[in-house]
Design a protein around this ligand. Structure first.
Ligand code: ADP
Ligand code: ADP
Ligand code: MG
Length: 456
């Protein structure tokens, strides 16, 4: 089937990224927006736009039925959900199909199994993909959770099956804390994700987060290498890079093969990401989750492969087969992405929305910026705090770091605090330069002794 007009059911930089992919493919774009985003850049740059509701996401970007109605009204034949919001909601994907619209993502059944992390773990085990020791399924009773924790050894992590964005997770160091953590994680997940189901897994203390970008057409699965997202705060990514500086070629082969095995097992048909944690001492890896959508950090992969991942995702949704074989994917150089958020790192990375005054974006060799922000833009308080992504590419990791430093120095934002200075600090940290970081690096090394260290 041919896709002629896509409704974009998202906002911010990813909406703009999709508008641009549509333009590059000769596809018309319709931007669905909340009243708070009326003046946003994606609304201005899309071919058409349609208001879907009020400023709160629950009144607009999360209202599947409104979004589908708007798509039909505007004559769109497909919907791109971006990331967050409705992007991992199987009922929404199903409703799109029932309404005769193409959903740009995998089949609803695949979103459903992978969207439940506890269920995804069973699929991983079946696909011979290693997982951390744990309950391997939902746990309700604190006594059962405590038993499992004792068997696998503390610390353990209590995780929400429906969790995302680093939320719905509790590290538990001792038996006495199990009950509170289980109830806390479950409650947080119920409020944020509509399901309080939780499970238990071993918490590994010094790990890298390494994920593999996969693409499938229902028959064949290929990968586009890995991204290392070990620089995090509160289990949320701040910096991503490819290739990972922390793994051997052998481990890279094992990770990418495992990711493809899992995707093939579910007949994957779209872009997806298989996430792992890697124990840097033993070089052991463990599957943690699969994201059945495009990811925030996809540009890093685009920079090292020269491919347009959104275009590929749209082509696959139109039912076209993968036109690339694994051997066609060529990896060149190194790319690093810094997430520039409207947050105050000194206040524990608290979001700080406001009016953007000055906004001077870096340019020059090897620099790409994805942003929906402009001077005078009013950053709404209702959504996440991502202002811009700076992506630096180089022939080597050293060159990419030097270019990133230059770009961060050029980047001028006033009106709201940002993470720019944090990234400048990171880019000169000896451990980061040596490629030796783990997911607790920011908290334990960069924020050592800080009064708000406990918040990270
Ligand atoms: P990525 O997984 O693409 O690297 P994030 O983890 O930051 O990036 O998540 C992408 C976006 O989606 C963020 O805005 C995050 O808040 C949001 N998000 C992730 N998972 C969920 C979810 N289950 N429900 C709602 N929002 C989510
Ligand atoms: P989300 O859906 O919120 O992205 P993930 O399962 O991907 O949840 O985990 C987010 C982050 O939490 C990981 O990148 C990692 O830093 C940390 N994490 C998750 N599971 C474990 C674990 N078993 N041990 C140590 N860290 C973990
Ligand atoms: Mg994750």
């Amino acid at each position: 089937m041919t896709i002629r007009k896509i409704l974009i059911a998202n906002r911010g930089e990813i909406a703009l990224r999709i508008v641009r992919a549509c333009r590059d493919m000769g596809i018309e774009s319709v931007q669905a927006y909340s009243s708070a985003d009326k003046d946003s850049l994606p609304v201005q740059l899309a071919d058409a736009s349609v208001e879907i509701g009020g400023p709160q996401a629950s009144e607009s970007y999360l209202k599947g039925e409104e979004v589908i109605e708007a798509a039909k009204r505007m004559g769109a034949d497909a919907i791109h959900p971006g990331y967050g919001f409705l992007s991992e909601n199987p009922e929404f994907a199903e409703s799109c199909v029932s309404a005769g619209l193409t959903y740009i993502g995998p089949q609803a059944s695949v979103i459903r199994v992978m969207g439940n992390k506890a269920a995804a773990l069973s699929f991983a085990i079946e696909a011979d993909v290693p997982v951390t020791p744990g309950s391997n399924g939902p746990v309700v009773d604190p006594a059962v959770a405590a038993d499992i924790a004792r068997q696998i050894g503390f610390p353990v992590l209590i995780k929400a099956s429906a969790g995302g964005g680093g939320r719905g997770m509790r590290v538990v160091g001792a038996e006495a804390e199990v009950r509170d953590a289980l109830e806390g994680a479950s409650h947080e997940a119920l409020v944020a994700f509509g399901s309080g189901e939780v499970y238990v897994e071993k918490y590994l203390e010094a790990v890298r987060h390494i994920e593999v970008q996969v693409f499938g057409d229902g028959k064949k699965v290929i990968h586009m290498g890995e991204r290392d997202c070990s620089v995090q705060r509160r289990n949320q990514k701040l910096v991503e890079e490819s290739p990972s500086p922390g793994i051997s070629p052998k481990l890279r082969d094992q990770l990418t093969a495992a990711a493809c095995r899992l995707a093939a097992r579910v007949g994957y048909q779209s872009a997806g990401t298989v996430e792992f944690i890697v124990d840097t001492d033993t070089q052991q890896f463990y599957f943690i989750e699969m994201n059945t959508r495009i990811q925030v950090e996809h540009p890093v992969t685009e920079e090292v492969t020269g491919l347009d991942l959104i275009k590929e995702q749209i082509r696959l949704a139109a039912g076209e087969p993968l036109c690339l074989e694994q051997e066609d994917i060529r990896f060149t150089g190194h790319a690093i992405e810094c997430r520039i958020n409207a947050e105050d790192p000194e206040a524990g990375f608290m979001p700080r929305p406001g009016v953007i005054k000055e906004f001077v974006v870096p340019l020059g060799p090897g620099i790409r910026v994805e942003t929906h922000v402009y001077p005078g833009y009013v950053l709404p308080p209702y959504y996440d705090s991502l202002l811009a992504k700076v992506i630096a590419r180089g022939q080597t990791r050293e060159e990419a770091i030097m270019r990133m430093r230059r770009a961060l120095d050029e980047f001028k934002v006033s009106g709201v605090p940002t993470t720019i200075d944090f990234h400048k600090r990171l880019m000169v940290e000896p451990d980061f330069i040596a490629g030796e970081v783990h997911t607790r690096f920011v908290k334990e090394k960069m924020w050592a002794g800080h009064k708000l260290q406990h918040m990270l």
